[in-house]
Design a binder for this molecule. Structure first.
Ligand code: 5GP
Length: 218
């Protein structure tokens, strides 16, 4: 994995970006490949319809069923670089051999509007975002065990042998990053994991500073 980050700036393009004081809530979910981030996010979206998913850009090929603009913005390497050079990504990283980046403008706008924005990032991207949005909430999804994670990864029909090997190799380094996250949720049972993340979001929305910043907006 290789990490490189664009210099973060605020949505005015001048000031260092921060969500502190912004009325919205940023929720970043990380965890090793196969832990169930997508399933948790989809189930959350069904039960918390006011969550907004921030769509990332990637240079990887779409998997069957993935829709451009919904699951990812699927870009060529050239287009990704162009957007990177224009400073459009608030973070970007090389994950498992492909480039992934978070378009900054929609995130700043939604947070300013007081929305709860949820995103899935690898550990490198999450680290960058912690620096940019210190007020964000960072949740790490853990598998019940490493053996169970291997099993889930192998059960995924979407990866090539090579892709699987790369993802498997990254697991130990990814798990070591859990230390600095705000919350860790073990995904042993989808419903329980979703309930835990929902409780985290509900509690974080009730933090006095967030309630007051929304309340002052009225
Ligand atoms: P996948 O290719 O399986 O959809 O995602 C591979 C990894 O990239 C996952 O850990 C996912 O959370 C992460 N990822 C998705 N979008 C982004 C992004 O915009 N930035 C970063 N740093 N990681 C991302």
């Amino acid at each position: 994995m290789r990490k490189k980050q664009n210099r973060p700036t605020g949505d005015d393009g001048l000031s260092p970006a921060t969500s502190a004081g912004s009325p919205g809530l940023l929720v970043v979910i990380s965890g090793p490949s196969g832990v169930g981030k997508g399933a948790v996010r989809e189930a959350l979206a069904a039960s918390m319809p006011d969550l907004v998913y921030a769509v990332s850009a990637t240079t990887r090929e779409p998997r069957p069923g993935e829709v451009d603009g919904v699951h990812y913005h699927f870009l060529s390497g050239e287009e990704f670089r162009r957007r990177l050079d224009r400073g459009e990504f608030v973070e970007w990283a090389n994950v498992y051999g492909h480039l992934y980046g978070t378009p900054g403008e929609p995130v700043y706008r939604l947070l300013r509007e007081g929305r709860t924005v949820i995103m899935e990032k690898d550990v490198q991207g999450a680290r960058t975002l912690r620096g940019v949005f210190p007020d964000g909430v960072f949740v790490f999804l853990l598998p019940p065990s490493v053996e169970e994670l291997w099993r889930r990864q192998e059960g995924r029909a979407t990866e090539t042998e090579e892709g699987l090997a790369v993802r498997r190799q990254a697991v130990a380094a990814e798990l070591a990053e859990v230390q600095w996250y705000d919350y860790a949720v073990v995904n042993d049972d989808l419903e329980r994991a979703v309930a835990a993340v929902r409780a985290i979001i509900t509690a974080e929305r009730c933090r006095v500073r967030r309630v007051l910043s929304r309340w002052r907006m009225r």
